[in-house]
Design a binder for this molecule. Structure first.
Ligand SMILES: O=C(CO)COP(=O)(O)O
Length: 261
């Protein structure tokens, strides 16, 4: 079995201006030691206006923290007022772009076609997508959450070749768990993360599926991280609210030191 380096990615959402971003990144850099980065990959997904500041810090101080954006345009250039392109993000050395977050699907009308085009735009520009999928509450209640989430995966990966897909990060983020304080149980997370890996094996092959990191996101805190990470198909977390608190985020990065609960 391939060893997958866990990924702990903070999604700051629409929080922290560029001055606050500098302060927050410096706090993380100060708190995290080399040995933390050996055990876990650490990333922050920041507002567009923070990227240049974060890049300058990371480059200047040779920080091991990775960074990325929370979205990317499906187009590479042109008359798309307000959009930010893949070439702009790769020029800022973004490692990752969050794509298809439920808040973008909900508030910005992103459908499967757009998400698929954005995944391709990221790859075209050397950026690794962190693809977000997951069901709303009514689907969970109806018991069709696995099929619903896998259909989102199929749509996002349509016509994406294995040579690209092998590096994708998939984040299972059930909408009912996002920002609600209601974290999925480790068993719930494993059920869907395992199904995602199974579908990747069907869409591509087992070797690719073993390589891909599948994260869980939704109200992750230091008190829940170790339990989630104990599951075989959960390879990290996408962390919203708790990533805005540097001490709490560092505790999540060090989940191995926390009790499984
Ligand atoms: O949406 C999320 C990460 O992308 C999860 O947000 P919370 O951790 O605030 O629930």
């Amino acid at each position: 079995m391939t060893e997958r380096l866990p990924l702990m990615a903070g999604n700051w959402k629409m929080n922290l201006n560029h001055l606050e971003a500098i302060q927050h990144t410096q706090k993380l850099a100060f708190a995290l030691a080399d040995k933390d980065y050996e055990a876990v990959e650490v990333a922050v997904m920041v507002p567009f206006t923070d990227l240049r500041s974060v890049q300058t810090l990371v480059d200047g101080d040779k920080l091991k923290i990775k960074y990325g954006s929370q979205d990317v345009s499906q187009h590479d250039s042109g008359a798309y007022t307000g959009e930010i392109s893949g070439p702009m993000l790769s020029k800022l050395k973004c490692a990752y772009a969050v794509i298809g977050h439920s808040e973008r699907r909900q508030y910005h009308g992103e459908n499967e076609e757009i998400v698929n085009a954005k995944v391709k735009a990221a790859y075209r520009n050397g950026i690794t997508p962190i693809l977000c999928i997951g069901e709303p509450l009514e689907i969970r209640k109806a018991g069709t959450h696995v099929a619903y989430t896998l259909a989102q995966l199929d749509g996002a990966l349509a016509d994406v070749p294995a040579s690209d897909a092998e590096s994708i990060v998939v984040a299972y983020e059930p909408v009912w768990a996002i920002g609600t304080g209601e974290v999925a149980t480790p068993e719930d997370a494993q059920e869907v993360c395992g199904a995602i890996r199974g579908r990747l094996a069907e869409l591509y092959d087992a070797e690719l599926a073993e390589k891909v990191r599948v994260l869980y996101g939704g109200s992750v805190k230091s008190s829940s991280a170790a339990g989630l990470m104990a599951k075989p198909d959960v390879d990290g977390a996408l962390i919203g609210g708790a990533s805005l608190d540097a001490d709490e985020f560092v505790k999540i990065v060090r989940y191995r030191e926390q009790a499984v609960g």
